[in-house]
Design a protein around this ligand. Structure first.
Ligand code: NOJ
Ligand code: CA
Length: 557
C-alpha cells in the first residue's frame, strides 16, 4: 500500500476543544433512571457522572430530552426550550450541566429543526386555524390529489415507510418526511427562523457548549404549486438545487446560527447530521457554517482493511477541504450496535460500494436466529474501536459501546417503540435494540438502571455487561476504552496521519506522530510487530506478534 500523508492544522494548546474530542452520546431515556419510573432522566445522568469521568470523555451529547409525545424517541419535539417532565426540569438540566462542567466535560444538546412534534403548539394552532391561515404557513400544507382531494398530494414516501403526507380533519394534507407526528417546518417562514435562533441562545445561555443538528440537510425546501412525483424527485441530482434536500440555501440558515454561536466565548460548536454526497459535506463542516459534520462511513464499512483505509483517506481529505476536523462513528442510536454488526455475515454491497441492506437488518428480522458470532464480533469491535480512537479528529461514542453491548433482539412486538417498526411490518424491526436501558449492576429489577423496571426489556445476558462487573475486570472492554481515551489524551499532538507500508493487504498501519503508530490486522493471521513497544492493544500480544483481528498502539523500535 502506498504512503499518503494528510496534514491538517496542528492541534496546539489553544486549539478549539472540539477538534479532537471524544464525545459520548447519551440517549437519556435509556441511560439511568433516578426515580424508579422506568424512564431514564437528567438526574440519572448527573448520578452517573463518575462513570463518564472515569471514561475520560471530553463531552456528552444528549439526544433530545425535550417534552415529546415520543413518536420518534424524542426527535418529535413539542417544546424546544424545556425539559420533558418525565425526564426532569430545567433546574435538573442546570445541575447536570454544572456537574458535568465541574468534571471538565462539555455538553452538546440535540436540535431538531426540520420538524416539530404534532403536539407542538404551532401545529396544534395550525390544525385549529384551518386552510390559508398564517399558522399553517409555518408548516407545509397542500390540497390532496384526485377529484375530491382524498389522495395525498404526491406519492412521496416518508423515511419511516408509508406516505410522507397525512390528511387532517378539514381535508388538507401536511408533509412529514419522518413520522406522522413529525410535521416538516416551512423554513421560508421568518418566524420559524427566528424561533430557532431563540432556541440556540436559550441553551447556549444555560451552558450548552454545542449542538448536534438533526437531519441538517433538510430544513429549506423549494416547493411550488406543482409538485414533482417520487420518480421525478429521484431523478434530480443532489447538487444544491434539489427541491427537498441538501439545498444551497440551507447554508444561509446556518450562517445566521454561526453568527450566534460566535457571540459566545468559547464559540458554541455544532455538528451536522447530513446524509449528503460526500462532496457536499464540507459545506456543512465549514467554519462559516455548522463547523463539523458527521461522517458515517466507518459505521457503514465492513471490518475490512481496504474499506477502513479508504474511508479514512477520503474523510481526512474532506476535512482538509472544509478546514474542520473529521468525525468517526461506529455506533449510535439509529443503527445495530457494532459488536453485533461485526459478528454477522457481511450483507454485500452495491456497485457503488453502498451496503445492500442496513447491516444487521435481516438478523433482526430473523428474530436473532441468523448465526451471530458474538465473540468474533466483540474481538473485531475492540480492534475497530482502538483503530478509530487513534485517528485524527473527533470520536463519537454511543452509550453502552464502552460495555461491549450487543444489539438486543429479544424485544416483544408489543414492547417496541420505534415508528419504523410499526410502519414497515415484516420489513424493518427498527432501532429499539440499541436503546435498551444500560446495565449498571448484575442484579436489581433493571440491572441498576433504576430502582424500578427498565423501559425496554433487558435480556438476561445483559447482566454480564454490567458496569460494576466490567470495572472489576482489568481485561474488560470498559478498561480498554478508559485506557485508550487516557492514552490518546496524553499522546495527541497535531492532526497528522501518515500511512505506513505493511506488505500485507489485510494489515493497516499508520503513524500519528513521532513515537506513536497504530497497527490493525483485519484478517485472522497475526502480524509481527518487529520489536515495537506495545503501548496498548485490543488483544494480548504474545511474543511481539499482534494476533488477527486486533489493533495495537505501538512505539516503533
Ligand atoms: C435522525 C435521528 O438520528 C433519528 O433518530 C431520527 O429518527 C431522525 N433524525 C428524525 O428526526
Ligand atoms: Ca425516571
Amino acid at each position: 500500500m502506498s504512503s499518503v500523508e494528510h496534514v491538517t492544522p496542528a492541534v496546539t494548546e489553544d486549539a478549539p476543544w472540539w477538534r479532537q474530542a471524544v464525545v459520548y452520546q447519551v440517549y437519556p431515556r435509556a441511560f439511568a433512571d433516578s426515580n424508579g419510573d422506568g424512564i431514564g432522566d437528567l438526574r440519572g445522568v448527573t448520578s452517573r457522572i463518575e462513570h463518564l469521568a472515569r471514561l475520560g470523555v471530553d463531552a456528552v451529547w444528549l439526544s433530545p430530552f425535550y417534552p415529546s409525545p415520543l413518536e420518534d424517541g424524542g426527535y418529535d419535539v413539542a417544546d424546544y426550550r424545556d425539559v420533558d417532565p418525565r425526564l426532569g426540569t430545567l433546574t435538573d438540566f442546570d445541575e447536570m450541566v454544572g456537574a458535568l462542567h465541574a468534571h471538565g466535560i462539555k455538553v452538546v444538546v440535540d436540535i431538531v429543526p426540520n420538524h416539530t412534534s404534532a403536539a407542538h403548539p404551532w401545529f396544534v394552532e395550525a390544525l385549529a386555524a384551518g386552510r390559508g391561515s398564517a399558522a399553517r404557513e409555518r408548516y407545509i400544507f397542500r390540497e390532496g390529489s384526485g377529484v375530491d382531494g382524498s389522495q395525498p398530494p404526491t406519492d412521496w414516501e416518508s423515511h419511516f415507510g408509508g406516505s410522507a403526507w397525512e390528511r387532517v380533519a378539514d381535508g388538507q394534507w401536511y408533509l412529514h418526511n419522518f413520522a406522522v407526528g413529525q410535521p416538516d417546518l416551512n423554513w421560508h417562514s421568518e418566524e420559524v427562523r427566528a424561533d430557532f435562533i431563540e432556541t440556540i441562545r436559550f441553551w447556549s445561555d444555560r451552558g450548552a457548549d454545542g449542538f448536534r443538528v438533526d437531519v441538517a440537510h433538510y430544513l429549506t425546501k423549494d416547493l411550488g404549486e406543482v409538485l414533482p412525483s417520487k420518480a421525478e424527485l429521484e431523478a434530480l441530482p443532489w447538487d444544491g438545487t434539489h427541491p427537498l434536500a441538501d439545498r444551497d440555501d440551507v447554508h444561509e440558515v446556518y450562517a445566521t446560527w454561526r453568527a450566534v454561536f460566535d457571540e459566545y466565548d468559547p464559540p458554541r460548536t455544532a455538528v451536522a447530521e447530513a446524509w449528503v454526497d460526500a462532496d457536499r459535506l464540507p459545506l456543512y463542516a465549514s467554519a462559516e457554517g455548522l463547523g463539523q459534520a458527521f461522517n458515517f462511513d466507518l459505521l457503514e464499512a465492513d471490518f475490512d482493511a481496504t474499506q477502513f483505509r479508504d474511508v479514512v483517506t477520503h474523510n481526512l481529505d474532506l476535512a482538509a477541504r472544509s478546514g474542520s476536523s473529521s468525525t468517526w462513528v461506529l455506533s449510535n442510536h439509529d443503527v445495530v450496535r457494532h459488536p453485533t454488526r461485526y459478528g454477522l455475515a457481511v450483507p454485500g454491497r452495491t456497485d457503488d460500494g453502498r451496503p445492500l441492506v442496513k447491516h444487521g437488518a435481516t438478523w433482526l428480522l430473523s428474530g436473532g436466529t441468523e448465526p451471530l458470532d458474538r465473540e468474533g464480533g466483540a474481538r473485531r469491535a475492540r480492534a475497530a474501536t482502538l483503530f478509530a480512537l487513534a485517528l485524527p479528529g473527533s470520536m463519537y461514542l454511543y452509550q453502552g459501546e464502552e460495555l461491549g453491548l450487543h444489539e438486543v433482539v429479544e424485544i416483544p412486538d408489543d414492547r417496541r417503540e420505534d415508528p419504523t417498526f410499526f410502519r414497515n411490518p415484516g420489513v424493518d424491526v427498527g432501532r429499539d435494540g440499541c436503546r435498551v436501558p444500560l446495565p449498571w449492576t448484575p442484579d436489581g429489577s433493571s440491572l441498576g438502571f433504576g430502582s424500578g423496571p427498565a423501559g425496554l426489556p433487558q435480556p438476561g445476558w445483559m447482566a454480564d455487561y454490567a458496569v460494576s462487573r466490567l470495572e472489576e475486570d482489568p481485561t474488560s472492554i470498559l478498561h480498554l476504552y478508559q485506557d485508550a481515551i487516557a492514552l490518546r489524551r496524553r499522546l495527541l499532538r497535531g492532526e497528522e496521519l501518515t500511512w505506513r507500508a505493511t506488505g500485507r493487504d489485510d494489515v493497516v498501519r499508520f503513524a500519528r506522530h513521532e513515537g506513536w503508530e497504530v497497527v490493525t490486522t483485519f484478517g485472522r493471521e497475526g502480524y509481527d510487530l518487529d520489536g515495537a513497544e506495545v503501548l496498548l492493544s485490543s488483544m494480548p500480544v504474545p511474543d511481539g506478534v499482534l494476533p488477527g483481528e486486533a489493533t495495537a498502539w505501538v512505539r516503533p523500535s
